[in-house]
Ligand binder design. Structure first.
Ligand SMILES: Cc1cc2nc3c(=O)[nH]c(=O)nc-3n(C[C@H](O)[C@H](O)[C@H](O)COP(=O)(O)O)c2cc1C
Length: 194
């Protein structure tokens, strides 16, 4: 298998995960750096992948701290691990923000389910609650109005500049570093010591 085939396989798995809620790479750890230079990590749903340009799409509430963190520092690391195949993907790159009202945000919003839209209609993420939240039921009043969340809905596009592929294998761990140019073309791939 050629090095480029390993790269192709990684991106195929990411692309597949963006369409499959059960895929391990569907939930990725997205890392930013905050104003105190403290690394921040959180799980995010991989919403879409554009393999040609090496881009991953994520959605978030623009009132969450990560939005401002990426506004101030666009550098990001994205980490995924598949326990079935013991494959780790560590991608580095930059984030572009698509705020509410932009074509990208409007287009992504229009494709969301009613239930997902609702998650943007509550209070600001991270704000303290006075009470333990009540269990959600089909008849909860919030379930009726999802449209008001659109003003808080933003899309984050991660553009990968490198991919570190680590395959854990008994006695034969394998690691390859891939680099991409700004258009997303593969410019180098190297086996490295795991
Ligand atoms: C399985 C899972 C999926 C999540 N998906 C998202 C997501 O797609 N977008 C998002 O903004 N937060 C998502 N979250 C919540 C984040 O991990 C995080 O707690 C929240 O966004 C606040 O992050 P921040 O304070 O770093 O901005 C998810 C959490 C879990 C457990």
């Amino acid at each position: 298998m050629e090095l480029s085939d390993y790269d192709k396989s990684c991106w195929e798995q990411l692309e597949k995960a963006s369409r499959d809620p059960e895929a391990p790479f569907r939930y990725l750890t997205v890392c930013s750096v905050d104003q105190n230079l403290q690394p921040q990590a959180r799980t995010m749903v991989l919403r879409a992948v554009t393999v040609r340009s090496r881009e991953l799409e994520f959605h978030t509430d623009i009132r969450s701290p990560k939005w401002e963190e990426f506004q101030k520092n666009k550098r990001a690391t994205v980490l995924g691990y598949c326990p079935n195949t013991r494959l780790q993907l560590r991608l580095q790159g930059t984030i572009t923000l698509h705020a509410p009202g932009t074509l990208q945000a409007q287009s992504a919003w229009s494709k969301l389910s009613h239930w997902t839209k609702q998650t943007y209609a509550g209070g600001p993420p991270g704000d303290e609650l006075a009470f333990e939240p009540a269990p959600v039921t089909a008849t909860s009043p919030e379930s009726t109005d999802s449209s008001r969340g659109e003003v808080y809905f933003g899309a984050l596009i991660f553009h990968a500049t490198s991919l570190d592929r680590f395959q854990l294998q008994r006695q034969n761990n394998q690691r390859i570093l891939f680099e991409y140019d700004s258009s997303g073309s593969l410019v180098s791939g190297n086996w490295v010591n795991p």
